[in-house]
Design a protein around this ligand. Structure first.
Ligand code: APR
Length: 227
């Protein structure tokens, strides 16, 4: 089976009703990134950070995967699919994808502030100031904040390096090192990008499908069937 690797961002969950970050009315218009998604923000006001992720976790419980997530899961019939996502939602999992790399962590997991190795499934439940991990330290969201390292990057880069087809979907490619993954493709890899905004990427074998995710995935399936 050919390797098909996906790099997804907030745009793939937009049609499930989850806000993106940098579109108009996006999350970063409502909150300052440094206040709720940085390690400095955590030490300045952990209550604000905890509540920011509690709100997103409660919202996620009421959200469902859309046809784009499901189409990506369905590709596993014909390809070895690796989903690399910047999203912390669990919509790829719930759509049925089986190989998922969460570059920026997972909303449904928490960990001790002192140990980033061990995570605890909390589902869609809140965490509170004073909630501790078994090691006795405060529980924090298992999310990669600005200023923190991206432990899954190497695994993601290796997957991209083996891709026969690389699909970029629903990401502004604004945030590194995730955005830098597009440079790890090998010669001959076919690159598709699905996004309603136009992109000019100076890459070989590159095709943009300028549509929203659910429509773009239908067109991509046609392209893949033709080829
Ligand atoms: N279908 C497909 N793409 C869409 C849709 C849609 N329905 N709606 C919006 N988009 C596109 C936008 O055009 C944009 O290119 O999704 C992209 C969203 O970009 P961002 O909001 O920047 O989200 P993302 O790229 O995932 O951000 C990366 O930044 O703040 C951090 O950690 C956060 O993981 C996040 C990272």
């Amino acid at each position: 089976m050919k390797n098909l690797v996906v790099l997804s961002g907030a745009g793939i969950s937009a049609e499930s009703g989850i806000k993106t970050f940098r579109d108009s009315n996006g999350l970063w218009e409502e909150y300052r990134v440094e206040d709720v998604a940085s390690i400095e923000g955590w030490y300045k006001n952990k209550e604000l950070v905890i509540e920011f992720y509690n709100k997103r976790r409660r919202e996620l419980e009421k959200t469902s995967p859309n046809e784009a997530h499901k189409s990506i899961a369905a590709l596993e019939k014909d390809y070895h699919v690796t989903v690399i996502t910047q999203n912390i939602d669990d919509l790829h999992e719930r759509a049925g994808s089986t190989e998922i790399i969460h570059l920026h962590g997972e909303l449904t997991k928490a960990r001790s502030v002192k140990n980033d190795e061990k995570t605890y499934d909390i589902g869609y439940n809140d965490i509170h100031p004073g909630d501790t991990a078994p090691d006795g330290d405060q529980l924090r969201p298992h999310v990669v904040w600005f200023g923190e390292s991206v432990p899954e990057l190497q695994r993601a880069a290796q997957a991209v390096g083996k891709a026969d087809i690389f699909l970029i979907i629903g990401t502004s490619l604004n945030v590194y090192p995730a955005a830098g993954l597009i440079h790890y493709t090998r010669p001959g890899c076919r690159i598709y990008l699905i996004d309603p905004q136009p992109f000019r990427l100076n890459l070989e074998n590159f095709t943009q499908i300028q549509e929203k995710a659910t429509v773009g995935m239908k067109k991509l399936m046609e392209y893949l069937t033709e080829s």
